[in-house]
Design a protein around this ligand. Structure first.
Ligand SMILES: [Zn+2]
Length: 290
């Protein structure tokens, strides 16, 4: 299997915030995929329009952020970040369109992060606009899907996604489960994996036509803002998700989401490596050898 990957330099902006590497992370993951010869094909993201963003966010808030009159999720008003936002959310939507397109790839990756804390009218915690919900609302509005699932395995609770589901009334069309709501302690690693297994029943019942999977690696036990899973358990988590989707015959779009470990020199090679493990898990599930 080859994995389509939606990424371009236009998604990358200097956030001016050293606490979150998320703005430069997509470029480093793309580079690592290339140098490690992963079987991936790169696709450019199509930027989302202001109208598409406003489908799930307060129109006033959207304009204010894009025009630099209100803080983005990094707590600043950077024009560079504002320019990148349509591409970051666009990456997720483009990936979803590829997954639902004529080639029907089983897994598509979006090298994006920073969506799930963005509520209907506020940016927060490195998240400005909610790319999951922008994509979901667009796919539903254009009847590309009737039902989709958002499985959020980032360590933190995707409060923004729930807020927008309530604000837009899309709860009937979107199954949302965020591990961060229920799993917050190191002692819960095995229960976490058990929960992932059990999601198969819920997903089979809901019968989504697409699964959006937030494969945050801040669920790693060594993450400064996380987490409880070892590297092997993170791999098992991703494998379970891809296996469930394969059994149900539903394509998966996954994105990078959180991951905050730093190397001694300040780099993020550990985080990049953990993100590559998600690609490896997809390949293990879909290929006999990987
Ligand atoms: Zn997180």
């Amino acid at each position: 299997m080859r994995i389509p990957v939606v990424y371009s330099q236009l998604m990358v902006a200097d956030s001016g915030n050293s606490a979150s590497p998320s703005a430069s992370k997509p470029a480093l993951v793309a580079q690592a995929l290339r140098t490690s010869n992963y079987p991936v094909d790169f696709h450019d993201p199509e930027p989302v329009t202001v109208e598409e963003i406003q489908r799930v966010h307060d129109p006033r808030f959207v304009r204010a952020v894009l025009e630099g009159r209100e803080d983005n999720g990094f707590g600043n008003r950077s024009a560079e970040v504002a320019r990148s936002l349509p591409y970051t959310s666009g990456s997720l939507l483009t990936a979803a369109k590829l997954a639902l397109g004529p080639k029907r790839p089983a897994v598509v990756a979006s090298l994006s992060a920073g969506f799930h804390h963005a509520t209907f009218s506020e940016a927060a915690d490195f998240c400005t606009f909610n790319g999951f919900m922008i994509a979901a609302a667009d796919l539903i509005a254009h009847s590309r899907v009737e039902r989709l699932a958002i499985i959020d395995a980032d360590y933190h609770y995707g409060n923004g996604t729930d807020d927008i589901l309530t604000a837009t009334g899309l709860s009937a069309n979107v199954f949302h489960y965020s591990f961060g709501r229920d799993f917050t302690s190191e002692s819960q690693a095995l229960a976490y994996l058990e929960k992932m297994k059990n999601l198969e029943v819920d997903l089979a019942r809901f019968n989504p036509q697409l699964i959006i999977y937030s494969a945050g690696v801040d669920a790693h036990v060594e993450d400064p803002l996380g987490g409880m899973l070892t590297t092997e358990q993170l791999g098992a988590r991703d494998e379970l998700m891809f296996q469930i989707a394969k059994r149900l015959g539903v394509p998966v779009v996954f994105n990078l989401a959180g991951g905050y470990q730093r190397d001694p020199d300040g780099g993020i090679s550990k985080v990049v490596k953990l993100h590559l493990n998600t690609f490896s898990a997809a390949l293990r599930v879909h290929d006999s050898v990987a």
